[in-house]
Design a protein around this ligand. Structure first.
Ligand code: FE2
Ligand code: FE2
Length: 581
């Protein structure tokens, strides 16, 4: 009886203690075994409870994951689950930023949410920073006196923090952040089982983050590649070097997600680089900025043929301040890659100031390099085309000049007709292709005179009807000669029909009104005005005023009335210089 009373008193004492003393020599072996068994059973039950909860959480995590692909949203819901399963008052998920120097409070749960979401601490700073840096868990049972506790954050949130459990977020090869949970709901301290469970949860979350990043990277690469393909197609769709250069700068800006882009080209003759800055609304006026080979960042890239990633332009000794002063632009960071054609550097492409204060990455550099390859091909094609076009224009001008020279009394006629036609075109809003066709048609308009005998073409007295009929064949001759050149398909109508009249009394086909192609109607007015103001051996040319009155008189019959008005406008603006001036 005495023994039993003593045992009861001892048991009561044990219950009052935080750590029960199970090693009591006074207990019988059977009683000891029963207590051990009970303890083991309780431990197993707790383990099963945690494992079941773990399974539930993972099931729920997988449900959340399959219902949403947006990472921020996913992490927010995962942290709700973490707090629920860990039965904790608050918690934060931290992720390292792009520079890997800071830790961002990405998802905050609990009362302090509004105060600290989005805040940053340095990697290694505070408990969460230490865990993210070391990749090891940390348990703080007396937070206020813990040496790693960040007092300024604690003061800011005004939240009674007793216990903290913090574990790293580890992917396959690196630590990307940490998860911290605060205070158990039941007021007890965190146990080993809690730590194991949180590590397991963090591993799951880290895996989801890693997969999301891989997916995002893939999506980004895909979108960049499709952007690059679209840009390549756009670049190669134009053969105008100026259009190619403008599109290149737009493409670099768009693809690199940055403020602006520059394209420098190499002037081999002067061993310099130049780029054009568009001024004014339509960018019609351009100002050239020139750099010596090797000067500035672009000059260095051109000279060495190697790309550069500049995180802070102002700290780079190669940076050329004059370009910013001239263009009134502030350069912060840049990517600069060489533009090559068959291994020869022909220019330099720059992407300047990444948006949102970010800096360019190695992946950006590779992408800009791919763009520069496409730009090289497009510029080479455009230059080759322009070279061919110029050769053709010069050949056509030489041919026209040869015809002009056969008739000494009409010297310079072709040049003037071309100049008058182009002066009129300015007021007609023609697209670049039509302007180009008009110019060539004006140069070639009388090329058919090559088939007119000298004695008719160079006759000093008035022509007979038969001779005039012979002259009237020149538009057809011109058409027959030039129709062999397929690329002149849209130019030929201008020369073939430049003697047609709106009233249908012209030649060679007696076309009427709008049936006469526009470029032919333009050339017709320019041609008529020059013929009227030119002296002939058998008559003196009219004065400008007389010729202009004559144009007005013929508007609607011989000449297109709307285009006569345009001619008069160009004349008043001083853009028509006849022989009489
Ligand atoms: Fe003619
Ligand atoms: Fe003519």
């Amino acid at each position: 009886m005495k023994k039993k009373a003593r045992k009861t008193a001892r048991t009561k004492k044990s219950k009052n203690e935080s750590e029960p003393n199970f090693r009591d020599d006074d207990l019988s072996l059977a009683e000891q075994e029963a207590i051990d068994l009970k303890f083991e059973l309780s431990r197993l039950k707790e383990k099963i409870r945690i494992q079941e909860a773990e399974l539930d959480v993972f099931r729920e995590m997988s449900n959340i994951c399959s219902s949403s692909f947006e990472l921020d949203h996913l992490l927010d819901r995962y942290m709700d689950l973490v707090l629920k399963i860990m039965r904790s008052e608050a918690g934060t998920l931290y992720l390292t930023d792009e520079s890997k120097k800071d830790l961002i409070f990405n998802v905050v749960k609990g009362k302090v949410k509004k105060k600290i979401t989005g805040m940053r601490i340095g990697l290694g700073e505070g408990i969460a920073g230490w865990v993210a840096q070391q990749g090891r868990p940390y348990v703080a049972t007396d937070v206020k006196n813990d040496p790693r506790w960040l007092r300024e954050v604690g003061d800011r949130i005004k939240f009674d923090i007793r216990d903290i459990l913090c574990v790293p977020l580890r992917t396959s090869n690196k630590t990307i952040g940490s998860i911290e949970i605060i205070n158990k709901m039941d007021g007890k301290s965190f146990q080993r089982e809690d730590l194991e469970l949180l590590i397991s949860l963090a591993n799951q979350i880290a895996m989801v983050i890693e997969n999301a990043h891989l997916l995002l990277d893939k999506e980004k690469t895909l979108s960049q590649l499709s952007g690059l393909t679209a840009i390549s197609a756009l670049l190669s769709s134009s053969l105008d070097p100026r259009v190619v250069r403008r599109r290149t700068m737009e493409a670099a800006t768009q693809l690199m997600d940055c403020e602006t882009g520059s394209l420098f080209l190499i002037d081999e003759e002067n061993n310099e680089l130049y780029f054009e800055v568009a001024l004014g609304e339509k960018g019609e006026k351009v100002k050239q900025i020139r750099l010596k080979m090797g000067e500035g960042i672009a000059g260095w890239v051109a000279q060495h043929g190697k790309p550069l990633l500049i995180a802070d332009a102002t700290k780079d000794s190669r940076w050329f301040r004059k370009a910013d002063r001239t263009s009134k632009f502030v350069t912060r960071n840049m990517l600069c890659v060489p533009v090559k054609v068959k291994d020869k550097v022909i220019g330099v492409l720059e992407a300047i100031n990444k948006h949102n204060g970010a800096t360019f990455t190695q992946e950006d550099l590779e992408l800009l390099n791919s763009l520069a390859n496409e730009v090289g091909i497009a510029i080479d094609n455009a230059n080759l085309y322009e070279e061919k076009r110029n050769t053709f224009l010069q050949t056509a001008e030489a041919l026209a000049d040869a015809i002009d020279k056969r008739d000494p009394y009409t010297g310079g006629h072709t040049k003037r007709v071309t100049s008058f036609s182009l002066a009129m075109a300015k007021y007609l809003d023609l697209d670049p292709a039509d302007s180009e066709n008009l110019k060539l048609a004006a140069i070639l308009h009388d090329i058919g005179k090559i088939g007119i005998p000298d004695d008719v073409l160079r006759k000093k007295s008035k022509l007979t009807d038969t001779e005039f009929d012979s002259i009237k064949k020149h538009p057809i001759f011109g058409y027959e000669i030039m129709s062999h050149i397929k690329s002149l398909k849209d130019v030929i109508p201008g020369m073939r029909y430049h003697h047609e009249r709106p009233d249908g009394k012209g030649y060679p086909e007696r076309l009427k009104g709008d049936k006469i192609p526009l470029i032919a109607r333009i050339i017709s007015i320019a041609d008529t005005f020059d013929a009227m103001t030119s002296d002939r051996p058998y008559r003196k040319g009219l004065s400008d005023e007389e010729a202009l009155n004559e144009l007005k008189r013929c508007a609607g019959t011989q000449l297109d009335p709307m285009l006569v008005k345009i001619f008069l406008k160009a004349y008043q603006k001083g853009e028509i210089a006849s022989q009489k001036k």
